[in-house]
Design a protein around this ligand. Structure first.
Ligand code: ZN
Length: 272
């Protein structure tokens, strides 16, 4: 991996059946920004995809692991990825960022014995700024999801790069993520789910968010069956036509390069 900032989608599966049938990989997302390398949401298959990635993503090539929430498709590989980052547990290295739910809750997903392998564990809280080396990132408010969940904004060379991870739509999302130069959206469904227990963004929510936030580039990912059937690349084109925002659909293994830009005012707005 060269030193340019990039986002590599190791997996793009979102909902139960796409994950269980592995219609798309459910591995996490690899970020390389400001010289730091991060695995975001290591779902099932992340270790396998790191090993088969070209170039291979090795333990010493990961500086931090971030868990947005504890659901299976976001956290299953967290323990083995910690071991990878710490080179088998022989070297204490790297950072883990996770919710208190992931560490101390009923559904704690991080095994106690692997916690000693990381240099530091930081608990994700609302509206808080964090650092991995020279890379700053922040949370916003808590997302509306069935467990404690946070999205993120990273200060990349390109400007603020935000991930609106799992959530239902609520108007504050537009304010929290305003100023994002690049916006990654977990758009799981084409239409709203009939049950209010399924808390995910659908097509109309994505259109509302993009029309308001107007990033330079939007990337849709984390697809359920309805989006897969509608062909994600066609869905992205339609979203682009309807909003005037450049939208691309993530695919397994796709790398999006981030170019250095003069966007200091936006950085200041989101990081103070
Ligand atoms: Zn979830």
């Amino acid at each position: 991996m060269d030193t340019a900032d990039c986002i590599k989608f190791l997996g793009t599966a979102g909902a139960r059946f796409v994950v269980l049938k592995q219609l798309r990989s459910s591995a996490g997302t690899f970020l390389s920004m400001n010289g730091q390398r991060i695995i975001l949401d290591p779902g099932p298959g992340t270790l396998v995809r790191c090993a088969s990635s070209r170039p291979k993503i090795e333990g010493k090539g990961i500086d931090a692991i971030i868990l947005s929430h504890t659901h299976i498709d976001h956290s299953t590989d967290v323990n083995v990825m910690i071991e990878l980052m710490a080179e088998g547990g022989f070297t204490k290295r790297g950072a883990l960022f996770a919710t208190v739910e992931a560490l101390e809750g009923d559904d704690r997903v991080v095994l106690k014995y692997v916690r000693q392998f990381v240099e530091r564990i930081e608990i994700l809280k609302p509206d808080t700024e964090y650092r991995v080396g020279e890379l700053r990132f922040r949370t916003h408010g808590r997302h509306h999801h069935t467990t404690e969940t946070y999205g993120f904004t990273f200060s990349s060379q390109e400007g603020p790069v935000s991930f609106i991870v799992d959530t239902t739509f609520f108007p504050e999302l537009c304010e929290w993520y305003a100023g994002s130069a690049v916006l990654v959206l977990n758009m799981v469904r084409m239409t709203p789910h009939p049950s209010d227990k399924v808390m995910h963004l659908c097509y109309d929510d994505a259109r509302t968010l993009l029309s308001s936030i107007r990033p330079r580039l939007a990337i849709i990912t984390h697809f359920g069956m309805t989006v897969i059937r509608a062909k994600p690349w066609e869905v992205a084109r339609k979203l682009s036509d309807e909003t005037g925002v450049e939208v691309v659909a993530a695919s397994d293994g796709k790398t999006v390069k981030l170019a250095p830009r003069e966007r200091e005012h936006e950085q200041v707005k989101m990081f103070e």
